[in-house]
Design a protein around this ligand. Structure first.
Ligand SMILES: Nc1ncnc2c1ncn2[C@@H]1O[C@H](COP(=O)(O)OP(=O)(O)OP(=O)(O)O)[C@@H](O)[C@H]1O
Length: 305
């Protein structure tokens, strides 16, 4: 069946300066297992990311970070809810348009550098492969391979086969391939896991540098606090929803669409699921959360509303 998106949708030109904004409304995603059970990975994600913003997704294992990333990259479609990249609703797009979005406007670095590279090909051939979907005019306008490899410190490895490179070199090459199409959105799942501290810092520095140059919107999934600390905004996933947000070092809890509030991590450990709490407004901009069962003032948390 043809969708609205299949009929004359403008997916934008390569290299259009700046990043693209993202809007998720009530995004739900289920996986059907081989045994026929449904696993709920996302259960109502509402999230807006501004064009050019840089965001780190955090949260415990299984909270839905990678799933959300693949939905933003158009690799999977949500079971319900809506996802917009700019004005385009990718959650309703036909596969033909999604494929063009994936090859020209959005680059996704999957977890593990080898999943993003051709292991038997050289660095230069990998970049050429990443650019296959571009028109010849677009290829002519793109940064030269040599310049791109120089930016990520791999000029000496241009003709080296990927399988002979170190983990840090592969991850820098994966980043070079990801930005070689000048995407408006760069998504990276654990881009620095299994790297030495030196390689980790190098990859993150490059990511931010390339983001500065291209104005690309960047979303990274990470478990590493050192990586998250380099991002001006963090989004913490909890149980398939956005549970908390950090901006410029300050943490905020998020009131969900159904009135669900996730406690900050340090309180969630002390006040387990099922604990009864009272939330009362105090003044205009403060809420007081307390456990009525024992009125120990130590158990009261005061937060900005
Ligand atoms: N292909 C799949 N089939 C079935 N269930 C899946 C599949 N992929 C993920 N899940 C389940 O969906 C939920 C969310 O998984 P997801 O990988 O998105 O979480 P995550 O926060 O990225 O975890 P991690 O940090 O361990 O990568 C988990 O319960 C997971 O077991």
């Amino acid at each position: 069946m043809k969708t609205e998106a299949d009929n004359g949708l403008d997916i934008g030109e390569l290299g259009r300066p700046g990043g693209v904004g993202i809007r998720c409304q009530g995004v739900v995603h289920l996986y059907r297992t081989f045994e026929g059970h449904d696993v709920v990975a996302l259960q109502g994600v509402d999230l807006t990311i501004q064009p050019g913003e840089r965001v780190a997704f955090l949260g415990p294992s299984g909270s839905g970070k990678s799933t959300l990333l693949t939905l933003l990259g158009g690799i999977q479609k949500p079971s319900a809810g809506r996802i917009f990249l700019g004005d385009d609703e990718i959650s309703r797009m036909g596969e033909r348009y999604l494929a063009r979005i994936r090859s020209r406007r959005v680059s996704t670095m999957l977890q593990g550098s080898t999943r993003n590279l051709l292991p038997y090909a050289t660095a230069r051939q990998n970049i050429a492969f990443a650019r296959l979907a571009l028109s010849s005019a677009e290829r002519r306008g793109a940064l030269l391979d040599t310049d791109l490899l120089g930016r990520v410190g791999l000029e000496q490895q241009a003709d080296q086969v990927v399988s002979t490179m170190s983990g840090g070199q592969r991850q820098r090459l994966a980043l070079a391939c990801a930005v070689s199409t000048s995407p408006q959105l760069l998504l990276a799942d654990e881009p620095t896991s299994q790297l030495s501290h030196e390689d980790r810092d190098h990859v993150i520095e490059l990511l931010h540098e390339l983001g500065d140059d291209l104005g690309t919107t960047i979303v990274v999934v990470t478990h590493q606090p050192e990586v998250a600390a380099t991002f001006p905004r963090t989004v913490t996933m909890k149980g398939g929803r956005v549970g908390a947000e950090g901006r410029d070092g300050a943490e905020y809890v998020v009131i969900g669409a159904e009135g669900v509030v996730h406690l900050p991590t340090h309180l969630a450990a002390e006040w387990p699921q099922g604990t009864l709490v009272r939330i009362e407004p105090e003044d205009f901009d403060r809420l007081v959360v307390s456990r009525p069962s024992d009125r120990d003032p130590e158990d009261t948390w005061e937060g900005d509303r």
